[in-house]
Write a protein that binds this ligand. Structure first.
Ligand SMILES: Cc1ncc(COP(=O)(O)O)c(C=O)c1O
Length: 397
């Protein structure tokens, strides 16, 4: 057999996929409490489901055929209207492309904006952008964040991560794995730094509908800089991660280039999924307003349950301001247990039937941390899961 490409050989599989595989293999054994994956746990809105199914039944050919790479004009118009009315942005349909999840928006952005040999900065710990950056022949560069500073990207640290080779910064707010929402000052600073140094700012806004303690303000609202490319998702907002739908927007010329890259990935975002967005945003976002407000409250209440349970068990942490996750620093405890975070998570799964994600997969600074999601389980099972976590530690200390 000929050799695999260096690209493929160097690709690191996501641990979340590994945990998802373990859960699937167990037949979704109910005795396992999952703080692992972060799939939304509320069903998609009924009227949206019915609308899309009706479209499919009415005209199966039209509902499943190809379409333009940038997405259905009606849906792009609705997204533009939504951004104008809810985020007060100056955006037209032609500034937007519909993507197969924000993953495709991010992939297209990196491939359209970054050259081989360039550096792309994102936080450590931070989401799995490294693999996409490496596929593009560029180099992941990291800016350190930590829980004692609420995982904020401090401007002076961002400045010092920049080199002559820096081509882009990726800003994720709300964040996965940390639950951080970057402060307005820090987002402003990141925008200014990128403008001054002529660097792209790619924003990952996958969780923008799930901010718990403040009003969300998009980077694009803070600045009209053409350097900003925003990548958004409907996976969490409509609760349809498996349908693969999201969008990217920014300067029209730049977005046209992202759209060309898209011809080499999905060609078009799933047409059927675009009907979900169509209904979700119809009538000035009637369904969206109600659904997102309820889902946000639902997740927030679970976040509070997990926060209290962790507090009562003596853990110290940065309480999430948004998104789906807690990121716990277990340095001291794991030192006593003489385990690394990965061994700890696999043992916890085996012995206590509790699924967590090892922090090391989010970067060097994620070592000896674990990521916990609060979205999947009921309040009772969240309390029980935290009990299992703390009793496993106490038993072995
Ligand atoms: C920070 C972040 N960005 C992007 C994604 C990918 O989202 P999508 O389903 O829209 O591709 C995720 C998924 O969990 C995420 O956590």
């Amino acid at each position: 057999m000929p050799e695999l490409s260096e690209r493929a050989k160097n690709y690191t599989a996501s641990p979340v996929r590994k945990i998802a595989g373990m859960l699937e293999k167990s037949g979704f054994d109910k005795s396992i409490i999952s703080f692992g994956g972060g799939s939304p746990s509320v069903p998609p809105p009924r009227e949206v489901l019915e609308y899309a199914c009706q479209k499919l039944a009415e005209n199966p050919h039209l509902a499943t055929t190809y379409g333009s790479t940038e997405g259905l004009p009606t849906v792009r118009e609705l997204i533009a209207e939504d951004l104008r009315s809810t985020e007060n942005l100056k955006v037209e349909a032609d500034d937007i492309i519909i993507t197969a999840g924000s993953t495709e928006g991010l992939f297209s952005a990196v491939f359209a904006l970054v050259n081989p040999g360039d550096e792309v900065i994102f936080p450590d710990p931070g989401y799995f952008y490294g693999e996409t950056i490496k596929l593009a022949g560029a180099k992941p560069a990291r800016v350190p964040v930590n829980w004692k500073e609420d995982f904020q990207i401090l401007p002076q640290r961002l400045e010092s991560a920049i080199t002559k080779k820096t081509k882009a910064v990726i800003l994720t707010s709300p964040d996965n794995p940390t639950g951080a929402v970057q402060s307005k000052e820090n987002v402003h600073a990141a925008i200014d730094i990128c403008e001054d140094r002529d660097i792209w700012l790619i924003t990952d806004e996958a969780y923008k509908d799930f901010v718990y303690r403040e009003e969300y303000e998009s980077p694009r609202h803070m600045s009209g800089s053409p350097n900003i490319v925003s990548c958004c998702s409907y996976s969490k907002s409509i609760s349809i991660p498996g349908l693969r739908i999201g969008y990217a927007y920014g300067d029209r010329e730049v977005i046209n280039k992202l759209n060309q890259v898209k011809q080499s990935t999905t060609l078009i975002a799933p047409r059927f999924a675009q009907f979900f967005v169509e209904k979700f945003l119809a009538d000035h976002g009637k369904v969206k307003k109600k659904f997102v407000a309820e889902a946000r409250e639902f997740y927030k209440s679970k976040m509070e349950v997990m926060s209290s349970a962790l507090n009562e068990s003596g853990f110290e942490f940065s309480k999430p301001r948004g998104g789906f996750f807690f990121f716990l620093d277990l340095h001291d405890r794991l030192k006593t247990l003489r385990m690394d975070d990965e061994t700890f998570c696999y043992r916890l799964m085996e012995k206590e039937k509790l699924a967590l994600v090892p922090g090391r997969f989010y970067g060097k600074n994620g070592e000896q941390h674990v990521r916990l999601t609060f979205v999947s389980e009921t309040p009772e099972r969240i309390r029980e899961g935290v009990k299992r976590l703390s009793s496993f530690i106490n038993k072995h200390e």
